[in-house]
Design a protein around this ligand. Sequence first.
Ligand code: Q46
Ligand code: ZN
Ligand code: ZN
Length: 305
Amino acid sequence: MKCSKCGGTAVINMRQHRLRLCGPHFVEWFQTMVQRTIETYRMFGPEDRILVAVSGGKDSLALWDVLLGLGYRAEGLYIGLGIDEGLDYSATSLQMCRTFVEQHRPEAVLHAVDLAGEYGRSVPELARSSRRGRGKPCSVCGLVKRHIMNRFAREGSFAAIATGHNLDDEAAVLMQNTLHWQTGYLARQAPVLEERAGLARKVKPLVRLYEREPAAYALLRGINYIYDECPFAKGSTTNYYKELLNQLEFHSPGAKQQFYLHFLQARDSGAVTFVAEGRVELHPCLRCGQPTTAGDLCAFCRLWE
Ligand code: Q46
Ligand code: ZN
Ligand code: ZN
């Protein structure tokens, strides 16, 4: 298999782009793809301070590395969720972030927030103690991460929060939303979520890359990341939809990409319209001041009741 650019030995074959690349050309291509995505969706500019949500996984570390390499002012935020489950999951993932900084980007700033240390309970403990979490740590976990990221981004005056969501993540969510005709979600799902009423701007610069590409990038750049998935991710609906989409992709290269990117084009050009349910007003939570649609306290503050 030969590199489409230099004729050297290719290390990756991206059938959806009809492109085979050697290591150096793939790294270059990956960086260009991220830069183009940032520009196409007007995510942020060269002077903006960006908060990258890092988990120790391939996507977020690849994203952070690329942004720093492209010269962006990107700081990392790691949230210690206290997930152990016999695997030392959270401790290992924090270590991966620290090792990344030491070995690859010693000038980079890594912020770490420890949920149990700062707020008193870990995600598994919260899932056991709160009604919301009953048996489903992911629901509590998502809420906690959104709250802390938002707080940190607002307090630190960051221009945006960047997350490592890739095309496979977004296509799986899109499939789920489409199969359930969740028009409200279909109206909102986007590579950029604009800032509004106390909610920081959110961007997803890896949204045009297949899941295997950040993994290949990390490997080629010698970035170590946590290979294990979070123990609570096993059997998740998202993983099920990802498998379905990969079967489709196997028989029809480019299917995942078309499904997601054509959806964005069709919606954003007005060819199809999804009407979001009446826009719910946001008001500040009485305890933490973050925006909420609920009563006096936001869902995060109610977790600790
Ligand atoms: S970290 Fe948290 Fe995920 Fe683990 S508990 Fe679920 S949501 S699976 S991205
Ligand atoms: Zn090459
Ligand atoms: Zn609150």
